[in-house]
Design a protein around this ligand. Structure first.
Ligand SMILES: Nc1ncnc2c1ncn2[C@@H]1O[C@H](COP(=O)(O)OP(=O)(O)OP(=O)(O)O)[C@@H](O)[C@H]1O
Ligand SMILES: [Mg+2]
Length: 244
C-alpha cells in the first residue's frame, strides 16, 4: 500500500492544460515572506528532459524550485503536472505526486549510515519512471563512491558524497521529476563529472530534471534547454550576461 494517488481531474481549471506530460510553469509569480521575487516565469520539462535555470545570485532559481514544491506563496500563474493543476497544492501532496526535491543544503542525516539515509527516502508503492524502481543495487551502481561507504555514517562523507547521497535518498522515493538546487556547487572537478554522468543516467531513465545552476558548463552538458533568470523573470536568449 503506497501513498494515496493524487487525482487531478477535480482540480482542472477551465484553461487548457500546458504540457500533457511533465511539468508546466506558466506566468508564475511568487513571494518570499511577503516580498515579490518571481514575476513571470514560464517553462516546461517533459519526461526524460533536463532544463537548467541559470542566473546570478538572487535571480530566483531557488524560489522557482520552491514554488514547484509548494514551499513559497504563489500569487499568479499556473503550475501543472501531467496536465493537472499543481498550484496551491500542499508540499506533501506534490511529493506524493512524484516530485522530488534535493535542497541546496543537502540535509543528509549525519548520524545515520548511507544505507539508512536511503531507507528514509523510500516511498514503497510509488510508481517509478520508465526505468523502474531505484533499489539499493541501482543506486550503488549510479554512485560508486556511495557503494564503497554504504555502512558508514553520512557525517563522515565528503561534500560531494553527501550531495550524491542527497540525490540517492530522493531517488529512492521514485520521483518522476527531480528538482535539484545547484547540484554541482562546491564539488571538485572530478566529482562534478561523476555527478553529470549520474544525472544523465537518471534522465535517460525517463525522470524529468529541473535544476538550478550557476555553472554554465555543467548545465550545458546535461540540459536540453537553458532558461536564464534575472531579477525574477525569464530573460530572452541564453547567450550572455548571466552565466559564469
Ligand atoms: N526569506 C526571504 N524573504 C524575502 N526575500 C527573500 C527571501 N529569500 C530569498 N529572498 C530574495 O528572493 C530573491 C530570489 O532568491 P533565490 O534564492 O530564489 O535566488 P537564486 O537565484 O537561487 O540565488 P542563488 O544563486 O544565490 O542561490 C532574492 O532577491 C532574495 O534576496
Ligand atoms: Mg539559489
Amino acid at each position: 500500500m503506497g501513498p494515496p494517488a493524487l487525482t487531478f481531474n477535480t482540480l482542472k481549471t477551465a484553461a487548457p492544460p500546458l504540457a500533457e506530460a511533465g511539468l508546466g510553469i506558466s506566468g508564475l509569480a511568487a513571494e518570499r515572506d511577503g516580498v515579490p521575487v518571481l514575476f513571470d516565469v514560464s517553462l516546461e520539462v517533459g519526461p526524460g528532459q533536463a532544463v537548467a535555470l541559470l542566473g546570478p545570485n538572487g535571480a530566483g532559481k531557488t524560489t522557482t524550485l520552491l514554488a514547484v514544491m509548494g514551499l513559497v506563496r504563489v500569487t499568479a500563474g499556473r503550475l501543472t503536472w501531467d496536465g493537472g493543476a499543481l498550484t496551491h497544492q500542499p508540499p506533501h501532496r506534490i511529493a506524493a505526486a512524484g516530485i522530488g526535491w534535493v535542497p541546496e543544503e543537502r540535509r543528509v542525516f549525519a548520524g545515520l549510515t548511507v544505507a539508512e539515509n536511503i531507507e528514509v527516502g523510500r516511498r514503497p508503492g510509488r510508481p517509478p519512471a520508465a526505468g523502474g524502481d531505484w533499489h539499493d543495487a541501482r543506486l550503488a551502481e549510479l554512485f560508486p563512491p556511495l557503494a564503497r561507504r554504504w555502512r558508514q555514517r553520512a557525517g563522515l562523507l565528503s561534500g560531494g558524497e553527501q550531495q550524491m547521497l542527497a540525490i540517492a535518498r530522493t531517488l529512492a522515493g521514485n520521483p518522476r521529476l527531480l528538482l535539484l538546487d545547484e547540484p554541482s556547487e562546491g564539488l571538485a572537478p572530478l566529482i562534478v563529472d561523476q555527478m553529470a554522468a549520474a544525472l544523465a543516467t537518471i534522465k535517460a531513465d525517463g525522470v524529468a530534471l529541473l535544476l538550478s545552476e550557476q555553472h554554465r558548463g555543467f548545465a550545458e552538458t546535461l540540459a536540453d534547454r537553458l532558461v536564464g533568470l534575472a531579477r525574477g523573470r525569464v530573460v530572452e536568449g541564453t547567450g550572455d550576461g548571466f552565466s559564469r
